[in-house]
Design a protein around this ligand. Structure first.
Ligand SMILES: *[C@@H]1O[C@H](CO)[C@@H](O)[C@H](O)[C@H]1NC(C)=O
Ligand SMILES: *[C@@H]1O[C@H](CO)[C@@H](O)[C@H](O)[C@H]1NC(C)=O
Length: 237
């Protein structure tokens, strides 16, 4: 815990040198935006590789900033474990500015997806979509108006084996319009094609990512239809 807070403090004092000579009011605001500690960016990249989220979920991951998220104050930290009762309500999510992009005029789309549904041994329902937020901006932009495009759907792992619940941030190009997608509605979130959506939408990135692990307890799995140890209990035909 102490070392995590220490890392946050280091991240917060690393500022954007590139924008430091900006003159207009808008750009002036951007100068106060922190960028991520390169060590934290490298740690996220390494964690995605060792957890095999590359290539299971995304073909590559070359972030240039970090995304912070928590459920009721408990931080998501590159693969730590949560329980179903801890994740009933939407997590708070924020991210630091990218170097070389004006935080005040760049919008981002944030996803929470599960590549391990209904269980990691046979992920026939993946990607399972839990949340899309559009028009998000780095946390230094206090006047932003993000929109819950696909409202949060709480997590329903059908295995004791943990799923890798993954948060990804993508940069929206100028004049971005999100695609029309029936899967924004809660209840029809299975087999969401994250990479297909990103390509269709023209999103750039991911520029940041984080993830946590969660499965059902053995006790809860025993009384949940189609839940098994490894997630092979869901009917596939
Ligand atoms: C960013 O999002 C805000 C709030 O929804 C919107 O008003 C603004 O036009 C967007 N900017 C760009 C560059 O897309
Ligand atoms: C569980 O599996 C059965 C068939 O084995 C199926 O009829 C049922 O819809 C499934 N229930 C859930 C909640 O997935």
């Amino acid at each position: 815990m102490h070392s995590f807070l220490y890392l946050l403090a280091i991240g917060a004092i690393t500022t954007t040198g590139v924008l430091s000579e900006a003159r207009s009011d808008t750009e002036e605001r951007a100068t106060s935006c922190s960028t991520a500690n390169p060590n934290d960016v490298a740690a996220a990249k390494a964690a995605f590789t060792s957890a095999e989220l590359v290539p299971d979920l995304i073909p590559s991951f070359d972030p240039d900033t970090t995304v912070q998220a928590s459920y009721n104050g408990k931080q998501i930290d590159l693969g730590n474990t949560f329980s179903v009762t801890e994740t009933l309500l939407q997590p708070s999510i924020s991210f630091l500015a990218e170097p070389n992009y004006d935080a005040s005029t760049t919008n981002y789309t944030i996803f929470l997806v599960d590549p391990d549904a209904p269980g990691p041994a046979l992920p026939v329902l993946s990607d399972f979509l839990h949340l899309i937020i559009e028009n998000a901006q780095p946390s230094c932009i206090t006047t932003q108006s993000p929109i819950d495009l696909a409202p949060y759907m709480s997590l329903t792992p059908l295995s004791v084996a943990p799923h890798r619940y993954t948060i990804l941030v993508y940069r929206q190009p100028p004049n971005y319009v999100a695609p029309v997608d029936p899967q924004y509605v809660p209840g029809v979130r299975n087999n969401f094609d994250l990479n297909g959506y990103v390509a269709e939408a023209g999103l750039e990135g991911p520029i940041a990512g984080n993830f946590f692990r969660e499965g059902l307890s053995s006790t809860d799995c025993a009384i949940t239809p189609n839940c098994t140890q490894d997630g092979t209990g869901y009917p596939t035909s």
